[in-house]
Design a protein around this ligand. Structure first.
Ligand SMILES: Nc1ncnc2c1ncn2[C@@H]1O[C@H](COP(=O)(O)OP(=O)(O)OP(=O)(O)O)[C@@H](O)[C@H]1O
Ligand SMILES: [Mg+2]
Length: 259
């Protein structure tokens, strides 16, 4: 039987400028699975995503992060991407002077070195994939994220993910700022990617996207730890009861007010 690879996070502690933010995260995401992480503002969700991807801003103090058994923490961000990891940023950055299509083709070549695809064929592929997300050709020729609206940036991130075909994707609030039609487009795109060769970790504040994505697991993060895990019912309970009650039920000591 073929087993997919897994992203395995063990007792991860990380922080910034001496301030500890992640205080022992344990999580395993296998290919073929979709996990959602929810949690109050400032609980460390983006820190977790950026630390897994290797942002130099964050310092790992202890713990391990492995992809398919390989030590990700020993790799540079681009090496992690080459291993098949993808992060869709909460706040995608703009790069003036770099056309979106050129950026994506360079990333594609780096991540699929054995596939030969000329620029014309690559553009065709981009155009075809873009049309599924309501992204036109003119958009693809523009500078990366420069002047893109908030929702356009998020859709551009999903276009990158669809073209790059990562083994494990982390989506940090890709649904925030999307109108309802775009949200459906994005959720459909992720659903179409679901396969035994694709796993996802979806960070969100809203149950709405989870109605479309139907994650296999839902986790609640609070003060740098995953304090509760369950299925989609957990997202429903959160929506009904709010964080304070769910955390109380989980026996978590609440340090400050949470909505
Ligand atoms: N560059 C930084 N400098 C100082 N503190 C930081 C920095 N980045 C993150 N933090 C702190 O780390 C904590 C966790 O932030 P993080 O962005 O990971 O939270 P989050 O769960 O993604 O929140 P949100 O739901 O608002 O996106 C916060 O208290 C934040 O202020
Ligand atoms: Mg965040």
């Amino acid at each position: 039987m073929k087993n997919g690879i897994e992203l395995e996070i063990r007792d991860l502690h990380a922080g910034i400028e001496g301030k500890e933010i992640l205080m022992g995260v344990d999580l395993t995401v296998r290919q073929g699975e979709v996990h959602a992480i929810m949690g109050p503002n400032g609980s460390g969700k983006s820190t977790l995503a950026n630390t897994i991807m290797g942002s130099p801003k964050y310092e790992v103090t202890t713990g391990t992060v492995r992809l398919g058994g390989k030590d990700l923490l020993a790799m540079k961000p681009e090496e992690r991407a080459r291993e098949g990891l993808f992060l869709s940023f909460q706040y995608p950055f703009e790069i003036a002077g770099l056309p979106f299509s050129r950026f994506l083709q360079a990333a594609y070549k780096a991540q699929h070195p054995l596939e030969v695809m000329g620029p014309v064929k690559f553009r065709e592929k981009l155009k075809e994939t873009g049309s599924k997300l309501g992204i036109g050709q003119d958009f693809i020729e523009r500078e990366l994220n420069v002047g893109f609206s908030g929702g356009e940036k998020k859709r551009a991130e999903i276009l990158q993910m669809m073209v790059l075909r990562p083994k494990i994707a982390i989506m940090d609030e890709t649904d925030s700022g999307l109108d309802i039609d775009s949200l459906k487009l994005v959720a459909d795109a992720v659903n179409r990617m679901r396969s035994p060769e694709f796993g996802a970790l979806v960070i969100t504040h809203y149950k709405r996207i989870l109605n479309y994505l139907k994650p296999d697991f839902v986790h609640v993060m609070y003060r740098g730890r995953i304090v509760k895990s369950g299925g989609t019912e957990l997202a429903e309970h959160l929506e009904e009861k709010g964080y304070a009650e769910i955390l109380k039920e989980a026996g978590v000591k609440i340090i400050e007010a949470v909505e």
